[in-house]
Write a new protein. Structure first.
Length: 599
């Protein structure tokens, strides 16, 4: 994709130069209008008035301005001002017409100059893209280099342009939507670890995306901005064909997919937002414009429910892939839960956030197929800008087939997440007794600060070179208050419900009494559990219907202990899963002390 950037940048810089020229001419026109007003004021002076201003020795007696001379001077300045304004208006109209006429003018001229752009840009793109490909070269390949690189005869077409508000920091942000169905001639010399050399041709490129250009900072020196940052803001489509010159790509298994993944990773990792390339225009330090992490996102993958079954025999074997940026080394994978459509994971993951205002957390649930490719069950995403920094958010997300295009409304299940976003610098508000470089998750830092008067006790050596685990020990008090609107479980339209309360890691259980013939039972029973690792444990409450000769399962509630650890105590109502209706009212209280141990 690097070969497109030179073109996009050139066109955009040209447009911005016009904008800068318009601003400059407007400022100059304003000064000329002020000067013309001053000159007009002087032109209205009579000889007697000027004699009063200047001493006699500086005012020759023969100097007299006629009325014609006065008018000529005034109209001369006015004409100059009018011509400048006219030129600015013409330039503005050109820019407006580019947008209103779907950039017809720009695309027409781009097509004319494309042969020259192709020749000039090919070598530059080749030199800049090869190091990126080398960075993402997979293990199966030893090297990837271009032996031929031309952009072809088909020029890209711009289909939209918009100017975005930059906000408090200042600057101008432009987004250009581009479509390119190209016929480039690109040949990659591929060498595998087995010593086999393959000349691979990349052809039939189809691309649709949105490029973002940021002109920042704005300065009072022409061209009115200090640097230009460019990035691929959105990649809507990227298709291409790989073909071995004089051979068959399938001759060596895995090479085709490895090359394709490398190309896509290179595009994603090198120019896709929030990654941006900064080009200085005026001398200065623009390091603040480069990509920098802004915080961490702590994710607890709790569970999923009612997943679509992808297996003909038995049930799906679901696992989850989570990521913020879709690079292979930045993705997180959960464990596989075999033969289960309501899996419980309770796994922690941490991600680096680079732009909370635009990035999303993506969750994809797959069915493991062993040696065959996994099948997608559904996916969901959370916008990071919807998260309140420093506060845990508990969400259930409905799974869809495609995040970009909603093709159907089929129910595919839901996934349960707990999210905590901590911007860098927010840690300063936490009381951290350890000032050494200790690797901890964001949630652990919150807990380590001493929540609800909890004191920190350290076991073992406090050496900063070692990672420390957070072990949250204490007592969890669970009060099962009541249930509402339970579904009927017998022929008489009633039920005899009771609740089994279980701690998942330890397996400790307690059971409420049975309330006969009641769909809105009240228990008000309290159970205490000694918890050895509250951060990684779960509370499971199962509702059963008591029968003389057995019991019938009615539904369940699954809770992590994150909220009660952070808040200390709370009451809430929870929907009963796997039931047509019903809610469970609970009161949870936590008394704990976190202990840090070396791992």
């Amino acid at each position: 994709m690097g070969f497109v950037l030179g073109l996009v940048l050139g066109v955009a810089v040209g447009l911005l130069l016009i904008v800068g020229f318009v601003k400059s001419e407007n400022a100059r026109s304003k000064r000329r209008i002020e000067l013309a007003a001053t000159v007009a004021a002087f032109s209205r002076l009579k000889v007697e008035d000027t004699r009063k201003i200047l001493p006699a020795e500086f005012y020759p007696s023969w100097v007299v301005f006629t009325q014609r001379q006065k008018l000529s001077l005034i109209f001369g300045y006015l004409l100059a001002v009018i011509m400048r304004v006219f030129v600015c208006l013409v330039l503005i109209l050109i820019l407006v017409s580019c947008s209103l006429l779907q950039l017809t003018w720009l695309n027409k001229h781009l097509t004319k100059i494309w042969p020259y752009v192709n020749e000039a840009a090919s070598e530059l793109i080749k030199a800049s893209v090869e190091p990126v490909l080398e960075q993402y070269t997979p293990v199966i390949l030893s090297s990837m280099k271009f032996s031929k690189f031309t952009l072809g005869t088909v020029a890209p077409q711009f289909t939209g342009v918009s100017i975005l508000e930059e906000g408090k920091e200042g600057g101008i942000t432009m987004e250009l939507e581009m479509n390119w169905d190209g016929n480039p001639s690109i040949i990659l010399d591929i060498k595998t670890r087995l010593g086999v050399a393959l000349p691979v041709q990349v052809k039939n490129i189809g691309f649709t995306g949105v490029f973002r250009l940021i002109f920042k900072p704005l300065v009072d020196e022409f061209p009115c901005f200090g640097a230009v940052s460019y990035s691929l803001r959105e990649k809507k489509k990227l298709d291409f064909t790989l073909k071995v010159v004089g051979g068959d790509m399938s001759a060596i298994p895995g090479v085709s997919s490895a090359i394709e993944d490398t190309i896509r990773d290179a595009v994603e990792g090198s120019i896709t937002w929030p990654v941006r390339k900064v080009i200085p225009i005026l001398p200065g330090d623009y390091s603040d414009l480069e990509l920098k992490p802004v915080g961490t996102l702590e994710v607890k993958l709790v569970q999923a429910k009612e997943l679509t079954n992808k297996d003909l025999i038995g049930k799906s074997d679901p696992y989850a892939i989570l990521y913020i940026r879709p690079l292979r080394d930045l993705m997180k994978k959960s464990k596989i839960i075999n033969n289960e459509l309501n899996p419980i994971w309770n796994e922690h993951f941490e991600f680096i956030v680079e732009d909370a205002s635009t990035q999303n957390l993506v969750v994809k649930i797959y069915d493991d197929e062993g040696l065959q490719a996994s099948e997608l069950i559904g996916c969901a995403h959370v916008r990071l800008k919807d998260l309140q920094p420093g506060k845990v958010k508990d969400v259930w997300l409905k799974l869809v087939k495609d995040l970009e295009v909603q093709r159907d409304n089929k129910y595919r299940g839901e996934v349960h997440l707990e999210l905590l976003y901590c911007p860098y610098g927010m840690e300063n508000s936490f009381t951290n007794p350890f000032k050494r470089e200790v690797t901890m998750t964001s949630l652990e830092k919150v807990l380590k600060s001493g929540v609800n008067g909890v004191e920190v006790i350290e076991n073992g050596n406090a050496s900063g070179s070692k990672k420390k685990d957070v072990i949250v020990r204490g007592v969890l008090s669970v009060t099962v208050i009541s249930a509402e609107d339970l579904p009927p479980a017998d022929l008489m339209g009633k039920a005899d419900p009771y609740v089994i309360v279980t701690m998942k890691k330890s397996g400790m259980k307690n059971k409420t009494r049975v309330v006969n013939e009641n769909l809105n039972p009240v228990w008000n029973q309290t159970f205490d559990f000694v918890v050895e690792d509250g951060l990684h444990d779960m509370l499971i409450l199962e509702i059963w219907d008591h029968d003389t000769f057995g019991k019938d399962y009615m539904g369940r509630c699954i809770l992590t202990l994150t909220r009660v650890i952070l808040e200390g105590e709370y009451k809430d109502t929870f929907n009963i899963e796997e039931a047509k209706s019903g809610r469970l009212n609970l009161h949870l209280k936590w008394m704990a002390q976190p202990i840090y141990r070396d791992s």
